[in-house]
Design a binder for this molecule. Structure first.
Ligand SMILES: Nc1ncnc2c1ncn2[C@@H]1O[C@H](COP(=O)(O)OP(=O)(O)OP(=O)(O)O)[C@@H](O)[C@H]1O
Length: 467
């Protein structure tokens, strides 16, 4: 192999990036988001800066494999477009995908990817072509390392991306499964926070938290956030949760000022089904509030899922504990009367659902410091009103339902079965829509995951002689 045949890294990089330098004013430096180092391919290194970097036999690839840079017996079996490496807009917070387009195989760390299938690349991954043992490239990810402090078993299976937000008990990050490329939300709950609260919440220890989390993993309902995985470490519990791209209900209400009666009903219908499912399983949520209701899409008519249940009794994001620090809002009066101690019935969730419905329909809170008296006092007396102008356009039957749900005496407060049978929810159009959203979700969950091994993607390799 002569010196000229070795691809000149510098020249290759310049030509791949020329599209950027043609911009007339203020040429933007392309972001080099990854690098390929040649192994059996005679290439020293190649900077990756275009969004989609293709490799194959054809001349129009970003890297053309020819007899000059790969051994002849391998080259003859290379496809025109063998594989592609891409990073959306070169954005370093996004994962790097490798997609196999070949007939004779692209392999990642010795395992075939499969025609048209994608995987997420990780730093130091080895890409082979034609045969698992024909190592062609080593990939280097030049993006920031978001995985520090996160256990290897998570980083090896998931690409750790941007922070979605943080709550009282830890950080939530967007992660991507490297094999299926599916997005998830990874919630890290720090155990020191759990144990701090444990002293307040009757010494529930972290093994109990894990047990509770394992129960949550078994739950399966279209309106309940699915927990896909849990990793228990000495410092933290990591939960891999279904990712909801539509944001939370609080943000939705704030952005719309308030929700129409129809959309409020659609959302409430789904929340009630989630709560019925949990109650039938003997689980009380205890921390229902719009922040804990996540939406599937940004559309008005969308599926929602209730999140953050079960663990609320262990961690200090529990409204019960917040209540004791001075911000109740969604908490039932019996919890306040017991100063957050003692056990409560499922009726605490009915109260919170009533507050959530009030908030959806009016964009205001039934109980608030702004009303001049301490919130806890308002709640204990069930002191709220429909005086805000927003209520003028809301039906009387909706208001009656709220009044029933916000009954101070929990023995007289209805249960979830009653709510689901309520006249306000007997709206065929909304019920049909809600059922369809849930049904679609159930069909999606039952379908095999993309890129999963139970799809028959392993075509037998074809030996093609082109030379
Ligand atoms: N499964 C998810 N999919 C998408 N975003 C999520 C998911 N879970 C949480 N988030 C987002 O992450 C952020 C933090 O969530 P987290 O549940 O930790 O806190 P919170 O419920 O907002 O507050 P707190 O923990 O104090 O109750 C929120 O903005 C939420 O919208």
């Amino acid at each position: 192999m002569s010196q000229e045949q070795v691809v000149d890294t510098q020249r290759a990089t310049e030509s791949q990036c020329s599209i950027w330098s043609t911009m007339e004013s203020q040429p933007i430096e392309p972001i080099v988001w990854g690098r390929l180092y040649g192994k059996n391919v005679h290439i020293k290194s190649l900077d990756l800066c275009v969004e989609n970097f293709t490799v194959g036999r054809a001349e129009d690839n970003n890297l053309t494999l020819n007899e000059g840079n790969v051994p002849h017996k391998i080259w003859c079996r290379v496809s025109n477009k063998h594989f592609e490496i891409s990073r959306e807009r070169g954005d370093l917070s996004k994962p790097v995908y490798i997609q196999d387009f070949s007939r004779n195989g692209t392999f990642l760390n010795g395992e075939i990817i499969g025609k048209n299938k994608k995987r997420i690349l990780q730093d130091d991954d080895v890409i082979s072509i034609i045969r698992a043992d024909c190592k062609a490239f080593v990939f280097k990810d030049l993006g920031p390392n978001n995985s520090s402090g996160i256990p290897d078993e998570i980083c090896n299976n998931y690409f750790i991306s941007a922070k979605l937000g943080s709550g009282a008990c830890g950080v939530v990050r967007l992660v991507y499964n490297r094999r299926t490329c599916i997005k998830y939300a990874m919630k890290q709950v720090k155990k020191n926070i759990l144990s701090e609260c444990a002293t307040i919440t009757n010494a529930k220890n972290s093994s109990k938290v894990l047990n509770e989390a394992l129960i949550m993993k078994e739950l399966e309902h279209p309106c309940v956030i699915k927990m896909h995985d849990i990793v228990d470490k000495p410092d933290s519990v990591y939960m891999i949760l279904e990712f909801m791209k539509g944001g939370d209900l609080l943000t939705r209400i704030v952005s719309k000022k308030r929700l129409s009666e129809r959309i409020s009903k659609l959302f409430f219908y789904q929340m009630c089904h989630a709560v019925k499912y949990l109650h039938d399983k003997g689980i009380t949520h205890r921390d229902l509030k719009p922040d804990n209701v996540l939406l599937d899409t940004h559309d008005d008519e969308t599926l929602l899922k209730v999140s953050d249940f079960g663990l609320s009794k262990f961690v200090n994001n529990d409204s019960v504990l917040k209540t004791l620090c001075g911000t109740p809002l969604y908490v039932a009066p019996e919890i306040l009367l017991n100063s957050g101690r003692g056990s409560y019935t499922k009726k605490v969730d009915i109260w919170s659902l009533g507050v959530v419905l009030f908030t959806c329909l009016s964009g205001t809170l039934p109980f608030s410091e702004d009303y001049g008296t301490p919130v806890a006092e308002q709640i204990k007396k069930g002191d709220f009103s429909f005086t805000h102008s927003a209520w003028r356009s809301v039906s009387q039957v909706a208001k009656t339902l709220i009044m029933e749900m916000l009954t101070v005496n929990y023995n007289q407060r209805p249960n979830i079965d009653y709510i689901l049978r309520h006249k306000w929810l007997k709206d065929p159009e909304v019920v049909r829509l809600g059922r369809n959203l849930m049904k679609e979700q159930m069909t999606k969950s039952a379908a095999p995951e993309p890129n999963s091994d139970n799809e028959n993607f392993l075509e037998p390799p074809v030996k093609r002689r082109r030379c």
